[in-house]
Design a protein around this ligand. Sequence first.
Ligand SMILES: Nc1ncnc2c1ncn2[C@@H]1O[C@H](COP(=O)(O)OP(=O)(O)OP(=O)(O)O)[C@@H](O)[C@H]1O
Length: 261
Amino acid sequence: MGEGALLAVRGLTRDFRGFRAVAGVDLDVVAGTVHALVGPNGAGKTTLFNLLTGFLKPSGGRIELAGRDVTGLPPERVARLGVARSFQITSLFPQLSGREHVELALQSASGLGWRFWRSATLMRRYSERALELLDMVGLGEVAEVPADALAYGRKRALELAIALALDPKVLLLDEPTAGMGLEDVDRTVELIQRVRAGRTVVMVEHNMSVVGRLADRVSVLQAGRILVEGPYEQVRADERVITAYLGAATGEGKESGHVAG
Ligand SMILES: Nc1ncnc2c1ncn2[C@@H]1O[C@H](COP(=O)(O)OP(=O)(O)OP(=O)(O)O)[C@@H](O)[C@H]1O
């Protein structure tokens, strides 16, 4: 299934007490691409993300990662097999520095866990790699600053470094620019452009201009189904997509204007 797709999803469904939030989704994420999931409020993007990472179990359908069936596996197994999601800020430890956070992520990814007899050599290797990753996300200068003292945009960058420490096959970004001002949005777009090299990224993103700048492919979800899939320019001009967003805008309004990006 899904020739050439690193992540291949078929007929994926999730019901909540009789309500079908994800209703038979097919998705092929090609290795090396940035694939955006967009859609009006309540379309099922978050539910789909949770299914892909194992945080929710599907009611039906199948998910394959590099040809291997990962349907219904628990989140830690999915993560070990190479699907990493950028952490939520709420999961950062206020007193730990960026370096310490990334070192912990590297340790847990190594499978050696918390053994206290870790060798000094190994610890040095983790420190070096942690600093490299922090440099990559633009936090090299503040590596020793407690997470609590970092500005919002920098906390998000730290989450990204933590996800990268797992060296994922597929990196999932959940609204990477949510709540950011213009300057941070631009910085985050540049950052994702930098870290996407050699990686595969699936991203839920509301801001259409961000999608336009980053995504190779866009899947538009509506009412739990894929409405349209294709390159950004094609998708944004599609009448069905415009109608879906306008329909949503007359409802809750959150998305209005974004589609014009
Ligand atoms: N745990 C749950 N129990 C019941 N219904 C749920 C649950 N989680 C999601 N839903 C419903 O499923 C639908 C899809 O929700 P979801 O959060 O996946 O949409 P979304 O596209 O991420 O929306 P938004 O852009 O607003 O975050 C919504 O109607 C929501 O109310």
